[in-house]
Design a protein around this ligand. Structure first.
Ligand code: AMP
Length: 282
């Protein structure tokens, strides 16, 4: 069946009810477009798991805490649609901000402290905006499952909390980080890097692999200092944070066996903000 494109909430609702009139489940992959292999991996997983798959493309203004970041965010719907056509996607929802927010969204979510670390500290209001848009997309599209990348590890925890608190009947699936050959995590923002910045950006994943390897030999505080030094050896990199947290996003003070941990970082290279993370345990 040909892929359908909805630009309005009304069209999306009626297309979804038509799609769901058959048997089987409906999977959703929410994105901000400028699609790359990271997004495609989520789509392929949804297509494998579900009868029907929808992809949303919406650069959500309420989750950007910097105007310049929102304005420079890459957008290319025509190219995205061409890519999606090749991957058995049934529905694309690409609304305007007015469709998603006919009135300003004044909802304030409580994330039980999950937003008090890392991205939550460095991007005030960001997760509230994420919860606004994701809850709205879930309400409009009523997916049975929704797919999110572990690239945005904290976001996944926040969305799990929001979905649980609101009692939304959607199963959330976390998917592994897809990387370039040199280790750089795929991101729509990578397009904004100059050649020189792009080459510095390989240091992010290198720092994470290095930290994973050294963990256990030294205590978490020392490992954090070492890794920050390693990142900052490159004059193009301005580190916002490097942290090691447990599954509840609480900073780890001592190594404990059998607990999955995440080392997470955010940096700025030039005007471009990049995040990455890696899992490890003992
Ligand atoms: P974005 O368009 O950046 O909002 O991302 C849409 C979804 O794709 C989010 O769930 C991201 O976590 C996921 N994603 C982005 N980059 C990657 C990646 N490199 N690997 C896996 N998932 C990713």
């Amino acid at each position: 069946m040909a892929m359908k494109l909805a630009r309005t909430v009304n069209d999306a609702r009626s297309m979804v009810s038509e799609l769901k009139s058959g048997m089987g489940s409906f999977g959703l992959v929410p994105t901000m477009g400028a699609l790359h292999r990271g997004h495609i991996s989520l789509i392929e997983r949804s297509v494998a798991d579900n009868e029907k798959t929808g992809v949303s493309i919406f650069v959500n203004p309420t989750q950007f805490n910097e105007k310049q970041d929102f304005e420079s965010y890459p957008r290319n719907l025509d190219e995205d649609l061409e890519i999606l056509n090749e991957f058995h996607v049934d529905l694309v929802f690409a609304p305007s901000p007015e469709e998603i927010y006919p009135d300003p969204d004044t909802r304030n979510f409580d994330f039980g402290g999950l937003d008090r670390v890392m991205e939550g500290v460095h991007r005030p209001g960001h997760f509230n905006g994420v919860a606004q848009v994701v809850s709205r997309l879930f309400e409009i599209l009523s997916p049975d499952r929704a797919y999110f990348g572990e690239k945005d590890f904290q976001q996944l925890a926040i969305i799990r909390k929001m979905t649980g608190d609101l009692g939304l009947p959607v199963e959330l699936i976390g998917c592994p980080i897809i990387r370039e050959e040199d280790g750089l995590a795929m991101s729509s923002r990578n397009k904004l890097l100059t050649a020189e910045e792009r080459s510095s950006a390989t240091r992010l994943s290198a720092a994470l692999y290095r930290a994973k390897e050294r963990a256990g030999n030294t205590d978490p505080g020392e490992l954090i200092r070492e890794t920050l030094n390693y990142l900052n050896e490159d004059p193009l990199i301005e580190t916002e944070y490097f942290e090691i947290v447990d599954a509840r996003l609480e900073p780890v003070e001592a190594w404990r066996e059998g607990h999955p941990l995440r080392a997470c970082l955010a940096v700025k290279i030039g005007k471009v903000r990049l995040i990455d993370n890696i899992e490890f345990s003992f």
